[in-house]
Design a protein around this ligand. Sequence first.
Ligand code: HEC
Length: 229
Amino acid sequence: MLTHTGGADRQCRHPGASLARVAQPRHPGKRRDPSFSYTSLRRGLGYISILVMSTCLAPCTAFAADGRPDSPHLGRPASAADIAAWDLSIYPDGTGLPEGKGTAAQGKELFAQRCAACHGKEGVGGTADELAGGTSPLDSDHPDKNIGTYWPYATTLFDFIRRAMPMDTPESLSDGDVYALTAYLLNRNNIIGEGDEMNARTLPRVRMPNRDGFIWIDAKGQPPPDSAP
Ligand code: HEC
């Protein structure tokens, strides 16, 4: 990851820049020279910018001692902390799940405060996606593609809520809150009980109703990442 920290000192100064100014009509509001045409002006500016780019880029491309191109000296190398902040992915088997725990009973209040405005009371009837209550099967004319009817892995729910929700303030929830909200939504979809604790060990063991509804295609012939024990 690169962060911009300046670099104006590395800019090339080139006479082409002043040439570009000369090519502009000197008094745009007044009568023009009849030989002036926008087509030739555009063409001329095109040639000038190619000239500027080629002569500017050439000296700017330096090579390190090992023969590889040097960086343009923008930003700084990503630190371990920078990478950790982006390293949020949770895999179907639960790899990457953090410490923490929560139950549906704890998630209920949190959902009302942080989620219901968009997703509706108890995850149904809001303006954003329906999170529970899907009844039309996937092979019907108007299938309900929501958590209970569609998602193959429970761990994805943790991943998605932690990185993307609430949509107006993503990454503002603690890991315990995310476990509680995950438990709440699983409970609302009748997949776990109200008192079942979700944590890094129990969540990957939750078997989703549509777990076998996907065709696994892997060019290397690997078996599917089965989250079930
Ligand atoms: C400001 C509105 C807003 C709030 C608040 C909000 N969401 Fe969402 N949520 C959305 C929208 C919009 C989408 C659809 C995003 C997309 O498709 O990329 C979504 C999608 C989701 C999904 C994926 C649904 C699916 O089937 O694809 C989940 C799960 C979810 N939200 C959970 C939550 C939880 C839990 C909270 C509370 C912590 C929350 N959301 C708060 C707007 C919101």
